[in-house]
Design a protein around this ligand. Structure first.
Ligand SMILES: [Zn+2]
Ligand SMILES: [Zn+2]
Length: 163
């Protein structure tokens, strides 16, 4: 592919390919996305699984998704969280949603953030009965690390007293 013309600048330097339209593209014109960028989504849409894009495909498929993702991420940091031992406060809150579960995280903060993110994605502003656990893992018996998991029930709180 050494002398392939870039679909954008037309220079014969295209050694990459847009993941969506497969147009040849040079490094200068390509838009890159880190593989882990959308990792908080429950299922990553196929068009967001690529790492190289041409400008038009990026603008059309990635940029708006990224904007939404970042907005949801900001929202996730603001949702109200009640742990399992807050049941006195939360006893009258709705528990009709299925609990969200997160597994295999490197730390507690990530479990919390992932739970919150999925709650926001599902349209809720709070999580109740949140339970976080860690488990020690000894791969090969040498280095010990912890694997974190957690769950919580997403709910909508309307009383400003709790927000
Ligand atoms: Zn180019
Ligand atoms: Zn493209």
């Amino acid at each position: 592919m050494e002398n392939t013309n870039c679909g954008v600048c037309q220079k014969p330097k295209a050694n990459l390919e847009c993941g969506i339209c497969h147009d040849p593209i040079c490094k200068k014109c390509a838009q890159f996305l880190e593989e882990s960028t959308f990792s908080y989504l429950k299922t990553i849409p196929p068009q967001l699984k690529h790492t190289v894009f041409c400008g038009p495909c990026y603008d059309k498929n990635v940029a708006p998704e990224l904007e939404q993702y970042e907005a949801d991420m900001r929202k996730a940091t603001t949702i109200t969280i009640f742990m399992t031992d807050d049941t006195k406060t939360t006893s009258r809150f709705s528990r009709k949603e299925k609990a969200i579960e997160i597994k295999d995280c490197p730390d507690r903060e990530e479990v919390m953030m992932r739970l919150a993110f999925l709650a926001v994605k599902a349209g809720f502003n709070a999580l109740i009965d949140v339970e976080i656990k860690s488990e020690k893992v000894l791969p090969g018996g040498k280095y010990q690390y912890s694997k974190w998991s957690g769950k919580g029930i997403p709910t909508q709180i309307t009383s400003s007293r709790f927000l």
